[in-house]
Design a protein around this ligand. Sequence first.
Ligand code: GUN
Length: 292
Amino acid sequence: MIVLDGKIASAAVKEEIKQQTAKLLASGKRAPHLAAVLVGNNGASETYVASKVKNCEEVGIRSTLIRLDADVQEAVLLDTIASLNADAGVDGILVQLPLPKQISEQKVIEAIDPLKDVDGFHPGSAGKLVQGLPTFIPATPYGIMLMLEHFNIETTGKHAVVIGRSNIVGRPMSILLSSNLKRGNCTVTLCHSHTPNLTELCLQADIIVAALGRPEFVKAEMVKDGAVIIDVGITRVEDATAKKGFRIKGDVAYAEVAGKASAITPVPGGVGLMTIAGLLKNTLQAYVSREQ
Ligand code: GUN
């Protein structure tokens, strides 16, 4: 059984990016620049954005964090995005989700210039992904593809079961795995809360991607011997004995599933780190396309 260690795979991706940004700077060019917008102070969002900023710094990508109050009006956020769109020195824009309820996430996503849409959430980016055209791939499914590539996991001809149909993870994941990309060519079953025979479907899977946000949902009895298990879950579960008062739990019951799997991602230390690697790759790509 291989542990698909996100530290190892993301370090390799980050090293490549670092070398590319070092070359840019050495030739007198400016550094790629990511603008991250954080609204309010949701604990998990704070942690993710801080990690994105720190990782940018590590690979030579400039980052600017824009913080807005939790009660900010939608129009103010839309104006902020409009100025970032207009700023020639900004290559990538991300607005951390979820947003407070007075703000329409859809409007915000659609306000971002598709050329700077490093999260790949704009409907134009999603449409291109469906048609197999070059675009920004949402960071988590992109990171998972990079992880499969790094550990040389064969996907062609395999049956992949994706659990969860979100626009951020499940749906784009199903498209990538079924595409004719190097780590695609799977037969994909996309499951969700209305799928009646989930256990039977999972038992047929060579690859399971669990992205439903329910801690330890995938149990050993749902997994075929030798399956590859990708755990996207990162739910904070209260635990008085933990230092911060909570623990991060994945969507897979790791201890029991690891015994059956041929490869499995840990939580934490698996997909989360690859998400950041995907974002960094997208930011560099945004820079390169805009500079051309
Ligand atoms: N919230 C959860 N995942 C993501 C992500 O990948 N990008 C953004 N912007 N917000 C998120």
